[in-house]
Design a binder for this molecule. Structure first.
Ligand SMILES: C[S@@+](CC[C@H](N)C(=O)[O-])C[C@H]1O[C@@H](n2cnc3c(N)ncnc32)[C@H](O)[C@@H]1O
Length: 253
């Protein structure tokens, strides 16, 4: 099989990467073991890139573990990040009942796309993209997660549904106690990222982490533009993990 790279949505995937998921799926489906056995052996089937992401989130979580405050996941989508933070907290700091994980999403995809999200390489982006109608599923999964963890009767995860440009200001007003140890920005777009930075940054102590998923990414110019506007007022030293190409993060000083 040729391994020559081909363009996919402005990125590059080799032919082998194009067929990787379907090859894994065929083997997953033909294995007669129970779904539980297969999930318990997830590294067999999960793509290296997804494991990389999980490990990257783990490294970010360890940075904020000694910092007071809750975790804000901006853009829940199917729940990878939200449930990763929740499980890291349950594993690594089971008595930290005060750390909450707040996940913001429409659960209907992008409510709109602004001119700042447009460039020659991002023309494909449109309203409704990345819709993941999983609010109810995630609510039930959180209930199961609570049922088996230490101090599980105290809520850990809260999903905030709706357009974040509206829900974030209301949320902050209704939660005057809020302190943020990790602001994980993964809306992909300018406007909600800008609103999140404006409302949550003032609530982040020194040592807290603001992380961005799409900086310097030609497909998503809006997130970088929102970061730069914040950076002009409060300069951020944007770092990266040595094994992950996507996440940029700053430890606040
Ligand atoms: C890249 S996905 C998030 C991925 C997620 N962090 C994960 O771990 O898999 C971007 C999400 O942002 C959401 N989103 C974008 N703009 C939004 C807005 N204004 N309000 C609420 N959600 C928004 C989309 O619905 C989408 O689910």
């Amino acid at each position: 099989m040729s391994n020559e790279p081909i363009a996919v949505s402005g990125g590059l995937r080799t032919n082998a990467e194009q067929v990787e998921a379907s090859r894994n799926r065929a083997l997953f489906e033909s294995n007669p073991s129970s779904w539980e056995t297969k999930l318990e052996n997830f590294p067999k089937y999960v793509r290296r890139q997804n494991l990389t992401r999980f490990l990257a989130l783990y490294e970010i979580f360890k940075l904020i573990q000694p910092v007071k405050g809750s975790i804000i996941e901006c853009g829940v989508n199917h729940g990878f990040g939200t449930m990763s933070w929740a499980k890291f907290s349950a594993i690594l700091e089971p008595v930290n009942l005060m750390r909450r994980v707040y996940g913001f999403d429409t659960f209907e995809g992008f409510p709109g796309v602004s001119e700042k999200d447009r460039s020659a390489t991002s023309q494909h982006v449109k309203e409704g993209d990345l819709a993941a109608d999983v609010h109810d599923e995630l609510t039930q999964l959180v209930d199961i997660y609570d049922s088996t963890r230490f101090i599980g009767h105290v809520n850990k995860v809260k999903l905030v549904r709706g357009d974040a440009t509206k829900t974030i200001p209301t949320f902050v007003e209704e939660n005057p106690h809020l302190l943020v140890s990790l602001l994980y920005l993964d809306f992909d777009l300018y406007e909600p990222t800008k609103v999140a930075l404006e409302h949550f940054l003032p609530r982040m102590p020194k040592g807290a982490v603001v992380a961005f998923d799409e900086l310097d990414n030609p497909l998503w110019p809006g997130e970088t533009l929102a970061m730069l506007e914040t950076h002009a007022k409060r300069p951020l030293r944007i770092e990266r993990l040595d094994f992950d190409p996507y996440i940029g993060f700053a430890i606040l000083d």
